[in-house]
Design a protein around this ligand. Structure first.
Ligand SMILES: [Ca+2]
Ligand SMILES: [Ca+2]
Length: 332
């Protein structure tokens, strides 16, 4: 990855993880199992100047706009990820795995087959890529609700595949990533205490780079560490921000329905029928999950209040959340 951002601490290095024994089990081939603000409100923060490196966490936070987040309209499919932008045969996930392996990664057929990784969230080591998720440190759902809702498709794709900042995407144990879900630091922080300050700096840096806002609880959860635990954690930022292309489009979200003087049965009109009878919550799940056509939701899109998910009827699981088919999915 192109490392233009460097994490440093003035007193105690905090980025390294304790040495762990190398797992000794053989690595089988192909073991990888991929595993609000009001509408129209502008979240752009173009007026902010780029920070001068190095910046402390407290300084980084001064560049953040605090405002309510927008919890509607997110669809993971709008954020095209795992592209191969440099056309070298490795998609973004494979690029991250190859870059973060602590030994030279074995690559065949466009996939990383073997290496050695230590998941920073929980200090778990593995040489099996299938044990790992490549995590968006600021999840796609969080990016959507804190400003990405206004971006065009190309900007979302660049965000979803950002390899410029080394800590935008990181390889972590699938278990730790599932516990994180789409939570921000108000609700989830890594269990490995050694990585807490770097994590908060990565999180804040990503929000600054991509001009994303924070909600008040999120901001407060991070700022409580700025003068104590993380006071000495700094980051070099050069360059700071990326180009954001908002969707510049002023037109109604739904087709304009001509005014009909007398409508006795709205369900006779297909579009109106959807509006009047379509359930907001997907009928297969409890608690309420958004009702979207197709496979358009995964556990990483859910907030803590939405997990665990109960599959009401065994086997009826359109989003394929319940991998072990026990009726409970996305357990924290
Ligand atoms: Ca590539
Ligand atoms: Ca948030």
């Amino acid at each position: 990855m192109l490392g233009t951002l460097i994490l440093a601490t003035a007193v105690t290095p905090v980025l390294h993880a304790p040495a762990l024994p190398l797992p000794t089990q053989p690595v089988g081939e192909n073991t990888e199992t991929d595993s609000s603000p009001r509408p129209g409100e502008n979240t752009e923060t173009d007026s902010l100047p780029d920070p001068e490196p190095p910046a402390s966490l407290a300084e980084m936070l001064t560049r953040i706009v605090i405002q309510p987040e927008r919890y509607t309209g997110y669809n993971r499919r709008d954020w095209r990820h795992w592209t191969d932008d440099d056309r070298d045969g490795l998609d973004t996930r494979q690029e991250v795995l190859a870059a973060e392996s602590r030994v030279p990664a074995e690559i065949r057929g466009g996939r990383v087959r073997r290496g050695y990784w230590v998941s920073p969230y929980d200090n778990v080591g593995t040489n099996t890529p299938g044990d790992l998720d490549v995590d968006h440190v600021v999840p796609l759902a969080e990016a959507h609700q804190s400003g990405g809702w206004a971006w065009d498709a190309a900007t979302r794709q660049r965000y979803a595949n950002d390899l410029v900042f080394d800590h935008h995407l990181i390889a972590v144990s699938a278990v730790s990533n599932r516990s994180k879900g789409a939570d921000d630091p108000a609700r989830w922080r890594p269990p490995n205490i050694d990585i807490l300050c770097p994590y908060l700096v990565w999180w804040t840096t990503i929000k600054v780079r991509w001009k994303l806002s924070m909600d008040e609880a999120e901001y407060n959860a991070i700022s409580r560490y700025t003068d104590t635990d993380c006071a000495d954690t700094t980051i070099d930022l050069d360059p700071a921000t990326v180009e954001i292309t908002p969707v510049i489009r002023i037109r109604p979200r739904y087709p304009i329905i001509p005014i009909i003087p007398i409508i006795l049965d709205l369900s006779a009109i297909p579009f109106m029928s959807n509006l009047t009878t379509g359930p907001r919550c997907h009928p297969a799940y409890s608690p309420c999950l958004p009702n979207r056509p197709g496979d358009a939701l995964n556990c990483g899109d859910l907030n803590r209040s939405q997990r665990p998910v109960t599959v009401k009827t065994p086997g009826v699981d359109p989003y394929r959340l319940d991998r072990d088919r026990n009726g409970i999915a996305c357990a924290p």
